[in-house]
Design a binder for this molecule. Structure first.
Ligand SMILES: Cc1cc2nc3c(=O)[nH]c(=O)nc-3n(C[C@H](O)[C@H](O)[C@H](O)COP(=O)(O)OP(=O)(O)OC[C@H]3O[C@@H](n4cnc5c(N)ncnc54)[C@H](O)[C@@H]3O)c2cc1C
Length: 454
Protein backbone atom coordinates (compact mmCIF):
# COMPACT_ATOMS: atom_id res chain seq x y z
CA UNK A 1 0.00 0.00 0.00
CA UNK A 2 1.27 3.49 -0.85
CA UNK A 3 2.45 5.89 1.83
CA UNK A 4 2.42 9.66 2.16
CA UNK A 5 5.26 11.83 3.47
CA UNK A 6 4.33 15.11 5.12
CA UNK A 7 7.14 17.66 5.31
CA UNK A 8 6.77 20.26 8.10
CA UNK A 9 8.47 23.60 7.48
CA UNK A 10 6.80 26.88 8.51
CA UNK A 11 3.63 25.11 9.68
CA UNK A 12 4.48 23.36 12.92
CA UNK A 13 0.96 22.58 14.07
CA UNK A 14 -1.43 19.69 13.86
CA UNK A 15 -4.65 21.62 13.39
CA UNK A 16 -5.96 23.96 10.69
CA UNK A 17 -3.10 23.00 8.38
CA UNK A 18 -3.98 22.71 4.67
CA UNK A 19 -1.18 20.40 3.51
CA UNK A 20 -1.45 18.21 6.57
CA UNK A 21 -5.21 17.98 6.17
CA UNK A 22 -4.69 16.73 2.62
CA UNK A 23 -1.93 14.28 3.59
CA UNK A 24 -4.08 12.74 6.31
CA UNK A 25 -7.23 12.55 4.20
CA UNK A 26 -6.20 9.64 2.01
CA UNK A 27 -6.48 6.89 4.61
CA UNK A 28 -2.87 5.93 3.88
CA UNK A 29 0.09 5.62 6.21
CA UNK A 30 1.61 9.08 6.70
CA UNK A 31 5.24 9.61 7.65
CA UNK A 32 6.10 13.00 9.16
CA UNK A 33 9.37 14.80 8.58
CA UNK A 34 11.24 17.97 9.49
CA UNK A 35 14.68 18.76 8.06
CA UNK A 36 17.32 20.97 9.65
CA UNK A 37 19.06 22.50 6.67
CA UNK A 38 22.79 23.28 7.19
CA UNK A 39 22.58 26.04 4.59
CA UNK A 40 20.25 27.91 6.98
CA UNK A 41 21.93 26.81 10.21
CA UNK A 42 25.61 27.20 9.31
CA UNK A 43 25.79 31.02 9.41
CA UNK A 44 24.00 31.24 12.77
CA UNK A 45 25.74 31.62 16.15
CA UNK A 46 25.84 28.34 18.06
CA UNK A 47 23.46 29.61 20.73
CA UNK A 48 20.97 31.12 18.29
CA UNK A 49 17.73 31.69 20.16
CA UNK A 50 15.49 30.90 17.17
CA UNK A 51 17.10 27.47 16.74
CA UNK A 52 16.59 26.74 20.45
CA UNK A 53 12.96 27.76 20.17
CA UNK A 54 12.48 25.65 17.06
CA UNK A 55 14.09 22.63 18.75
CA UNK A 56 11.66 22.92 21.67
CA UNK A 57 8.69 23.28 19.36
CA UNK A 58 9.73 20.22 17.39
CA UNK A 59 10.04 18.20 20.60
CA UNK A 60 6.54 19.33 21.46
CA UNK A 61 5.22 18.50 17.99
CA UNK A 62 6.86 15.06 18.24
CA UNK A 63 5.05 14.40 21.52
CA UNK A 64 1.74 15.54 20.06
CA UNK A 65 2.18 13.16 17.13
CA UNK A 66 3.12 10.35 19.48
CA UNK A 67 -0.16 10.85 21.33
CA UNK A 68 -1.83 10.18 17.99
CA UNK A 69 0.16 7.01 17.41
CA UNK A 70 2.43 8.75 14.91
CA UNK A 71 6.12 9.61 14.69
CA UNK A 72 7.98 12.78 13.74
CA UNK A 73 11.34 12.17 12.12
CA UNK A 74 13.73 15.09 12.39
CA UNK A 75 16.62 14.97 9.95
CA UNK A 76 19.74 17.04 9.53
CA UNK A 77 21.31 17.58 6.11
CA UNK A 78 20.88 19.25 2.71
CA UNK A 79 17.19 18.66 1.85
CA UNK A 80 17.91 17.04 -1.54
CA UNK A 81 20.26 14.54 0.07
CA UNK A 82 17.87 13.88 2.91
CA UNK A 83 14.95 13.29 0.55
CA UNK A 84 17.04 10.93 -1.58
CA UNK A 85 17.73 8.91 1.56
CA UNK A 86 14.14 9.01 2.77
CA UNK A 87 12.75 7.91 -0.58
CA UNK A 88 15.16 5.01 -0.77
CA UNK A 89 14.46 3.96 2.83
CA UNK A 90 10.71 4.10 2.35
CA UNK A 91 10.02 2.96 -1.21
CA UNK A 92 6.27 2.90 -0.56
CA UNK A 93 6.13 6.69 -0.34
CA UNK A 94 4.12 7.84 -3.35
CA UNK A 95 3.33 11.41 -2.30
CA UNK A 96 5.41 14.13 -0.68
CA UNK A 97 3.14 16.82 0.73
CA UNK A 98 3.99 20.24 2.19
CA UNK A 99 2.81 23.86 2.29
CA UNK A 100 4.15 26.66 0.07
CA UNK A 101 7.09 28.70 1.27
CA UNK A 102 7.56 31.91 -0.72
CA UNK A 103 11.12 32.95 0.19
CA UNK A 104 13.64 32.89 -2.66
CA UNK A 105 15.82 30.08 -1.30
CA UNK A 106 12.82 28.01 -0.24
CA UNK A 107 11.38 28.20 -3.75
CA UNK A 108 14.65 27.04 -5.25
CA UNK A 109 14.86 24.19 -2.72
CA UNK A 110 11.29 23.07 -3.35
CA UNK A 111 11.80 23.03 -7.10
CA UNK A 112 14.80 20.73 -6.60
CA UNK A 113 12.75 18.38 -4.38
CA UNK A 114 9.86 18.43 -6.85
CA UNK A 115 12.29 17.36 -9.61
CA UNK A 116 13.83 14.71 -7.40
CA UNK A 117 10.38 13.30 -6.61
CA UNK A 118 9.48 13.27 -10.28
CA UNK A 119 12.61 11.25 -11.10
CA UNK A 120 11.59 8.74 -8.44
CA UNK A 121 8.00 8.50 -9.65
CA UNK A 122 6.72 10.28 -6.53
CA UNK A 123 4.17 13.13 -6.68
CA UNK A 124 5.10 16.37 -4.91
CA UNK A 125 2.15 18.43 -3.65
CA UNK A 126 2.41 21.86 -2.09
CA UNK A 127 -0.47 23.96 -0.73
CA UNK A 128 -1.27 27.53 0.21
CA UNK A 129 -1.38 27.65 3.99
CA UNK A 130 0.75 30.49 5.32
CA UNK A 131 -1.41 33.28 3.93
CA UNK A 132 -5.00 34.00 2.99
CA UNK A 133 -4.06 35.34 -0.46
CA UNK A 134 -0.77 34.58 -2.15
CA UNK A 135 1.42 35.39 -5.15
CA UNK A 136 -0.88 36.82 -7.83
CA UNK A 137 -4.27 36.33 -6.24
CA UNK A 138 -4.60 40.03 -5.43
CA UNK A 139 -3.64 42.08 -8.47
CA UNK A 140 -4.75 45.31 -10.14
CA UNK A 141 -7.39 45.41 -12.86
CA UNK A 142 -4.55 45.14 -15.39
CA UNK A 143 -3.31 41.99 -13.67
CA UNK A 144 -0.32 43.84 -12.29
CA UNK A 145 1.26 43.55 -8.87
CA UNK A 146 0.06 46.19 -6.40
CA UNK A 147 2.83 48.51 -5.29
CA UNK A 148 0.70 50.58 -2.95
CA UNK A 149 -0.76 49.11 0.20
CA UNK A 150 -4.17 50.83 0.47
CA UNK A 151 -5.65 49.59 -2.84
CA UNK A 152 -4.08 46.18 -2.21
CA UNK A 153 -5.83 46.02 1.14
CA UNK A 154 -9.11 47.14 -0.39
CA UNK A 155 -8.95 44.39 -3.00
CA UNK A 156 -7.81 41.85 -0.40
CA UNK A 157 -10.85 42.63 1.77
CA UNK A 158 -13.20 42.55 -1.20
CA UNK A 159 -12.02 39.02 -2.09
CA UNK A 160 -12.41 37.68 1.43
CA UNK A 161 -15.20 35.09 1.83
CA UNK A 162 -15.93 32.55 4.57
CA UNK A 163 -14.19 30.00 2.32
CA UNK A 164 -10.90 31.98 2.49
CA UNK A 165 -10.64 31.50 6.24
CA UNK A 166 -12.24 28.08 6.54
CA UNK A 167 -10.49 25.80 8.98
CA UNK A 168 -8.45 23.06 7.30
CA UNK A 169 -9.40 20.21 9.64
CA UNK A 170 -7.06 17.29 10.06
CA UNK A 171 -8.63 13.87 10.53
CA UNK A 172 -6.46 11.65 12.65
CA UNK A 173 -8.89 8.80 13.25
CA UNK A 174 -8.46 7.23 9.79
CA UNK A 175 -4.67 7.23 9.99
CA UNK A 176 -3.04 3.82 10.45
CA UNK A 177 -0.61 3.93 13.39
CA UNK A 178 3.02 3.37 12.46
CA UNK A 179 4.41 -0.08 13.14
CA UNK A 180 8.01 -1.24 13.42
CA UNK A 181 9.22 2.34 13.33
CA UNK A 182 11.83 1.86 16.03
CA UNK A 183 13.88 -0.60 14.01
CA UNK A 184 14.07 1.68 10.98
CA UNK A 185 14.92 4.67 13.12
CA UNK A 186 17.82 2.83 14.68
CA UNK A 187 19.16 1.71 11.30
CA UNK A 188 19.09 5.23 9.90
CA UNK A 189 20.69 6.76 12.95
CA UNK A 190 23.59 4.37 12.71
CA UNK A 191 24.11 5.11 9.05
CA UNK A 192 23.76 8.79 9.74
CA UNK A 193 26.54 8.96 12.28
CA UNK A 194 29.02 8.54 9.42
CA UNK A 195 27.55 11.10 7.08
CA UNK A 196 26.45 14.76 7.05
CA UNK A 197 22.88 13.50 6.87
CA UNK A 198 21.37 12.05 9.97
CA UNK A 199 18.21 11.46 11.88
CA UNK A 200 18.10 13.45 15.12
CA UNK A 201 16.97 11.70 18.25
CA UNK A 202 15.72 15.05 19.62
CA UNK A 203 17.44 14.32 22.91
CA UNK A 204 19.79 17.27 22.94
CA UNK A 205 20.20 20.30 20.72
CA UNK A 206 23.98 19.65 20.67
CA UNK A 207 23.21 16.87 18.20
CA UNK A 208 22.91 19.55 15.54
CA UNK A 209 25.88 21.53 16.81
CA UNK A 210 23.93 24.12 18.85
CA UNK A 211 23.53 24.99 22.51
CA UNK A 212 20.41 25.98 24.39
CA UNK A 213 19.91 29.74 24.34
CA UNK A 214 19.15 31.66 27.51
CA UNK A 215 16.72 33.80 25.53
CA UNK A 216 13.18 32.54 25.75
CA UNK A 217 10.37 34.39 24.00
CA UNK A 218 7.25 35.62 25.72
CA UNK A 219 4.09 33.62 25.21
CA UNK A 220 1.85 35.33 22.71
CA UNK A 221 -1.14 37.42 23.75
CA UNK A 222 -3.62 36.21 21.16
CA UNK A 223 -6.42 37.24 23.48
CA UNK A 224 -9.76 38.84 22.70
CA UNK A 225 -8.97 41.79 24.95
CA UNK A 226 -5.71 42.58 23.17
CA UNK A 227 -7.39 42.44 19.77
CA UNK A 228 -10.34 44.55 20.92
CA UNK A 229 -8.17 47.40 22.21
CA UNK A 230 -5.39 47.00 19.67
CA UNK A 231 -6.17 50.22 17.79
CA UNK A 232 -5.92 52.23 21.01
CA UNK A 233 -2.93 50.54 22.64
CA UNK A 234 -0.72 49.32 19.83
CA UNK A 235 1.56 52.36 19.64
CA UNK A 236 2.64 52.48 23.27
CA UNK A 237 5.71 50.33 23.85
CA UNK A 238 5.33 50.36 27.64
CA UNK A 239 1.94 48.58 27.34
CA UNK A 240 2.57 44.96 28.24
CA UNK A 241 -0.33 43.69 26.15
CA UNK A 242 -0.65 46.41 23.54
CA UNK A 243 0.08 43.97 20.69
CA UNK A 244 -0.24 40.21 20.34
CA UNK A 245 3.42 39.09 20.04
CA UNK A 246 2.22 36.60 17.46
CA UNK A 247 5.02 37.37 14.98
CA UNK A 248 7.21 34.45 16.03
CA UNK A 249 4.26 32.06 16.19
CA UNK A 250 3.10 33.05 12.73
CA UNK A 251 6.66 32.78 11.45
CA UNK A 252 6.89 29.10 12.39
CA UNK A 253 3.23 28.41 11.74
CA UNK A 254 2.42 27.53 15.32
CA UNK A 255 -0.77 29.50 14.86
CA UNK A 256 -2.88 29.43 11.70
CA UNK A 257 -3.37 32.71 9.88
CA UNK A 258 -6.92 31.64 9.04
CA UNK A 259 -7.65 31.38 12.76
CA UNK A 260 -6.18 34.89 13.23
CA UNK A 261 -8.36 36.39 10.52
CA UNK A 262 -11.47 34.60 11.76
CA UNK A 263 -10.83 36.01 15.21
CA UNK A 264 -10.15 39.53 13.88
CA UNK A 265 -13.43 39.47 11.95
CA UNK A 266 -15.39 38.12 14.88
CA UNK A 267 -14.10 40.87 17.16
CA UNK A 268 -14.19 43.54 14.45
CA UNK A 269 -10.48 44.13 15.16
CA UNK A 270 -9.91 45.83 11.82
CA UNK A 271 -6.71 47.67 12.79
CA UNK A 272 -5.17 44.36 13.69
CA UNK A 273 -6.48 42.71 10.54
CA UNK A 274 -4.77 45.46 8.60
CA UNK A 275 -1.41 44.37 10.05
CA UNK A 276 -2.02 40.81 8.91
CA UNK A 277 -2.68 42.23 5.44
CA UNK A 278 0.65 44.13 5.57
CA UNK A 279 2.27 40.78 6.30
CA UNK A 280 0.78 39.31 3.12
CA UNK A 281 1.54 42.45 1.11
CA UNK A 282 5.25 42.10 1.89
CA UNK A 283 5.20 38.34 1.25
CA UNK A 284 3.57 38.92 -2.12
CA UNK A 285 6.16 41.58 -2.99
CA UNK A 286 9.10 39.38 -2.05
CA UNK A 287 7.67 36.62 -4.19
CA UNK A 288 7.51 38.90 -7.24
CA UNK A 289 10.70 40.86 -6.54
CA UNK A 290 13.08 38.40 -4.86
CA UNK A 291 16.13 40.54 -5.58
CA UNK A 292 14.81 43.27 -3.25
CA UNK A 293 16.44 41.28 -0.45
CA UNK A 294 19.65 43.00 -1.49
CA UNK A 295 18.68 45.92 -3.62
CA UNK A 296 16.34 48.85 -3.15
CA UNK A 297 12.94 48.45 -4.72
CA UNK A 298 13.25 51.99 -6.11
CA UNK A 299 16.14 51.98 -8.54
CA UNK A 300 16.87 55.70 -8.04
CA UNK A 301 18.17 54.65 -4.65
CA UNK A 302 21.11 52.77 -6.10
CA UNK A 303 23.03 56.03 -6.01
CA UNK A 304 21.98 57.12 -2.52
CA UNK A 305 24.96 58.75 -0.76
CA UNK A 306 25.10 56.54 2.32
CA UNK A 307 27.65 57.21 5.03
CA UNK A 308 29.39 54.67 7.22
CA UNK A 309 31.03 55.40 10.54
CA UNK A 310 32.13 52.35 12.51
CA UNK A 311 31.72 54.05 15.90
CA UNK A 312 28.22 55.32 15.07
CA UNK A 313 27.19 51.91 13.81
CA UNK A 314 28.53 50.22 16.96
CA UNK A 315 26.74 52.69 19.21
CA UNK A 316 23.47 52.18 17.34
CA UNK A 317 23.79 48.37 17.71
CA UNK A 318 24.62 48.58 21.41
CA UNK A 319 21.88 51.10 22.25
CA UNK A 320 24.35 53.84 23.18
CA UNK A 321 23.39 56.64 20.81
CA UNK A 322 22.39 59.02 23.59
CA UNK A 323 18.83 59.06 22.19
CA UNK A 324 16.71 57.39 24.91
CA UNK A 325 13.96 55.83 22.79
CA UNK A 326 16.49 54.49 20.25
CA UNK A 327 18.72 53.07 22.96
CA UNK A 328 15.76 51.51 24.80
CA UNK A 329 14.63 49.77 21.60
CA UNK A 330 18.08 48.43 20.73
CA UNK A 331 18.66 47.17 24.26
CA UNK A 332 15.25 45.50 24.31
CA UNK A 333 16.14 43.82 21.02
CA UNK A 334 19.59 42.71 22.17
CA UNK A 335 18.36 41.36 25.48
CA UNK A 336 15.06 39.75 24.49
CA UNK A 337 14.98 39.27 20.72
CA UNK A 338 11.89 41.47 20.49
CA UNK A 339 11.23 45.14 19.80
CA UNK A 340 7.94 46.98 19.70
CA UNK A 341 6.78 48.01 16.22
CA UNK A 342 6.68 51.76 16.91
CA UNK A 343 10.22 51.56 18.26
CA UNK A 344 11.38 49.46 15.28
CA UNK A 345 10.28 52.33 13.07
CA UNK A 346 12.10 54.89 15.22
CA UNK A 347 15.42 53.02 15.41
CA UNK A 348 15.31 52.19 11.70
CA UNK A 349 14.59 55.80 10.82
CA UNK A 350 17.41 56.93 13.10
CA UNK A 351 19.93 54.62 11.43
CA UNK A 352 18.93 55.37 7.86
CA UNK A 353 17.99 59.05 8.09
CA UNK A 354 19.79 60.57 11.08
CA UNK A 355 22.98 58.57 10.59
CA UNK A 356 22.49 57.95 6.83
CA UNK A 357 23.65 54.35 7.11
CA UNK A 358 22.59 51.77 4.54
CA UNK A 359 19.23 50.10 5.40
CA UNK A 360 20.81 46.72 4.52
CA UNK A 361 23.04 46.94 7.60
CA UNK A 362 20.05 47.45 9.85
CA UNK A 363 18.06 44.75 8.10
CA UNK A 364 20.90 42.21 8.61
CA UNK A 365 21.25 43.22 12.26
CA UNK A 366 17.53 42.71 12.90
CA UNK A 367 17.64 39.38 11.06
CA UNK A 368 20.23 38.11 13.55
CA UNK A 369 18.40 39.33 16.62
CA UNK A 370 14.64 39.18 16.12
CA UNK A 371 12.75 36.14 17.33
CA UNK A 372 10.06 36.98 14.79
CA UNK A 373 12.52 37.61 11.96
CA UNK A 374 10.77 37.13 8.67
CA UNK A 375 12.60 37.98 5.47
CA UNK A 376 9.67 39.59 3.66
CA UNK A 377 8.50 41.69 6.61
CA UNK A 378 12.00 42.71 7.60
CA UNK A 379 13.15 43.72 4.12
CA UNK A 380 9.80 45.34 3.32
CA UNK A 381 9.68 47.39 6.51
CA UNK A 382 13.33 48.44 6.39
CA UNK A 383 12.92 49.64 2.84
CA UNK A 384 9.66 51.32 3.77
CA UNK A 385 11.29 53.28 6.59
CA UNK A 386 14.41 54.11 4.55
CA UNK A 387 12.27 55.53 1.77
CA UNK A 388 13.46 53.15 -0.96
CA UNK A 389 10.70 50.55 -0.76
CA UNK A 390 7.28 50.07 -2.24
CA UNK A 391 4.78 52.59 -0.93
CA UNK A 392 7.60 53.93 1.25
CA UNK A 393 7.37 56.61 3.90
CA UNK A 394 7.89 59.99 2.18
CA UNK A 395 11.53 61.07 2.27
CA UNK A 396 10.79 64.24 4.18
CA UNK A 397 9.17 62.29 7.00
CA UNK A 398 12.12 62.12 9.35
CA UNK A 399 11.04 61.08 12.80
CA UNK A 400 12.09 63.39 15.57
CA UNK A 401 12.93 60.77 18.24
CA UNK A 402 12.25 63.04 21.18
CA UNK A 403 8.80 63.99 19.86
CA UNK A 404 8.11 60.30 19.21
CA UNK A 405 9.08 59.53 22.76
CA UNK A 406 6.88 62.29 24.20
CA UNK A 407 3.90 60.98 22.23
CA UNK A 408 4.31 57.27 22.71
CA UNK A 409 6.19 56.97 26.00
CA UNK A 410 5.09 60.15 27.79
CA UNK A 411 6.00 58.91 31.28
CA UNK A 412 9.35 57.47 30.12
CA UNK A 413 8.20 54.11 31.43
CA UNK A 414 9.56 52.16 28.47
CA UNK A 415 12.77 54.16 28.29
CA UNK A 416 13.52 53.79 32.00
CA UNK A 417 12.88 50.05 31.80
CA UNK A 418 15.69 49.57 29.28
CA UNK A 419 17.94 52.56 29.95
CA UNK A 420 17.90 52.95 33.74
CA UNK A 421 20.74 55.51 33.66
CA UNK A 422 18.85 57.76 31.25
CA UNK A 423 18.59 60.71 33.64
CA UNK A 424 22.04 60.35 35.15
CA UNK A 425 25.26 62.15 34.20
CA UNK A 426 26.69 58.91 32.80
CA UNK A 427 24.19 58.92 29.93
CA UNK A 428 25.92 60.26 26.78
CA UNK A 429 24.72 63.23 24.71
CA UNK A 430 23.03 62.36 21.38
CA UNK A 431 25.33 61.16 18.60
CA UNK A 432 24.02 63.84 16.29
CA UNK A 433 21.92 66.98 16.61
CA UNK A 434 18.39 66.42 15.26
CA UNK A 435 18.10 69.61 13.13
CA UNK A 436 21.54 69.07 11.61
CA UNK A 437 20.77 65.39 10.86
CA UNK A 438 17.40 66.25 9.37
CA UNK A 439 18.92 68.83 7.06
CA UNK A 440 21.72 66.47 6.04
CA UNK A 441 19.21 63.73 5.22
CA UNK A 442 16.99 66.08 3.21
CA UNK A 443 19.91 67.22 1.08
CA UNK A 444 20.98 63.60 0.51
CA UNK A 445 17.47 62.78 -0.72
CA UNK A 446 17.42 65.87 -2.91
CA UNK A 447 20.54 64.63 -4.68
CA UNK A 448 18.69 61.53 -5.88
CA UNK A 449 17.78 61.37 -9.59
CA UNK A 450 14.69 63.27 -10.69
CA UNK A 451 11.54 61.30 -10.16
CA UNK A 452 12.24 60.42 -6.56
CA UNK A 453 11.89 63.91 -5.14
CA UNK A 454 8.85 65.49 -6.74
C1 LIG B 1 12.29 48.02 10.63
C2 LIG B 1 11.24 46.98 10.87
C3 LIG B 1 11.54 45.62 10.77
C4 LIG B 1 10.54 44.65 10.97
N1 LIG B 1 10.88 43.32 10.88
C5 LIG B 1 9.93 42.38 11.03
C6 LIG B 1 10.25 41.00 10.93
O1 LIG B 1 11.40 40.59 10.68
N2 LIG B 1 9.25 40.09 11.12
C7 LIG B 1 7.96 40.48 11.37
O2 LIG B 1 7.07 39.62 11.53
N3 LIG B 1 7.63 41.78 11.44
C8 LIG B 1 8.56 42.73 11.29
N4 LIG B 1 8.22 44.05 11.40
C9 LIG B 1 6.79 44.41 11.54
C10 LIG B 1 6.29 44.59 12.99
O3 LIG B 1 7.14 45.42 13.71
C11 LIG B 1 6.15 43.26 13.73
O4 LIG B 1 5.42 42.34 12.97
C12 LIG B 1 5.43 43.46 15.06
O5 LIG B 1 6.06 44.43 15.83
C13 LIG B 1 5.40 42.15 15.81
O6 LIG B 1 4.74 42.33 17.02
P1 LIG B 1 3.41 41.55 17.32
O7 LIG B 1 3.63 40.11 16.99
O8 LIG B 1 2.96 41.90 18.68
O9 LIG B 1 2.44 42.11 16.20
P2 LIG B 1 0.95 42.68 16.19
O10 LIG B 1 1.06 44.15 16.19
O11 LIG B 1 0.06 42.05 17.16
O12 LIG B 1 0.51 42.27 14.69
C14 LIG B 1 0.09 40.94 14.37
C15 LIG B 1 0.93 40.35 13.29
O13 LIG B 1 0.78 41.09 12.08
C16 LIG B 1 2.01 41.08 11.36
N5 LIG B 1 2.50 42.46 11.24
C17 LIG B 1 2.28 43.48 12.09
N6 LIG B 1 2.86 44.61 11.61
C18 LIG B 1 3.43 44.27 10.45
C19 LIG B 1 4.18 45.00 9.48
N7 LIG B 1 4.44 46.30 9.60
N8 LIG B 1 4.67 44.33 8.41
C20 LIG B 1 4.43 43.02 8.24
N9 LIG B 1 3.71 42.29 9.11
C21 LIG B 1 3.23 42.90 10.20
C22 LIG B 1 2.98 40.25 12.17
O14 LIG B 1 2.92 38.93 11.71
C23 LIG B 1 2.41 40.39 13.56
O15 LIG B 1 2.80 39.37 14.43
C24 LIG B 1 9.22 45.05 11.24
C25 LIG B 1 8.91 46.41 11.34
C26 LIG B 1 9.91 47.36 11.17
C27 LIG B 1 9.54 48.81 11.26
Amino acid sequence: MSEVAFWFRRDLRLDDNVGLSYACSKGLTVRFFFIFDPRILDPLPRDDHRVSFLWNQLSHLGRELQERGQLLQVWYGPPSEVWKTILSLYPKIQFVVCNHDYEPYARERDEAIRALCQQSGVTFYSFKDQVIFEKSEIVTQNQEVFRVFTPYKKKWLSRLTPESTKEARVTWSSLPPLKGQGAVTEKVRKRGSLSPIFLCSMEDIEEIGFKKSQKIPKEHFFHDEVLRYYGRRRDYPAEEKGTTRLGLYLRFGLVSVRQCVRQALRLKAYDWLSELIWREFFMMLLYHFPDTVNRPFRKEFNSFPYRYQESEWQRWCAGETGVPIVDAGMRELNQTGYMHNRVRMIVASYLTKHLLHDWRLGERYFSQKLFDFDLSANVGNWQWVAGCGVDAAPYFRIFNPSIQQKRFDPNCEYVKRWVPEVFSSSYPPPLVDHSFARQRALSAFQRLPKGYVK
